[in-house]
Design a protein around this ligand. Structure first.
Ligand SMILES: [Zn+2]
Length: 60
């Protein structure tokens, strides 16, 4: 059974057999990895403020 996937970057069709799966090519993979490095992708959404640290500052 052949499953079809689309490149996360350009939406081209890729297969599991592709060398750069799940990307269609090295370029798309590099672009996608670059986004992660840039911080354009955010795993947890907005940065979480450190509330525990705030409490520690009440008494200086
Ligand atoms: Zn692509």
């Amino acid at each position: 059974m052949k499953q079809k996937f689309s490149c996360p970057n350009c939406k081209s069709q890729v297969t599991r057999q592709d060398k750069y799966f799940p990307f269609c090519c090295e370029r798309c993979r590099a672009i996608d990895l670059g986004r992660w490095a840039d911080g354009s992708y955010s795993i947890a959404g907005d940065p979480v403020p450190n509330h525990e640290d705030d409490e520690g500052h009440s008494i200086h």
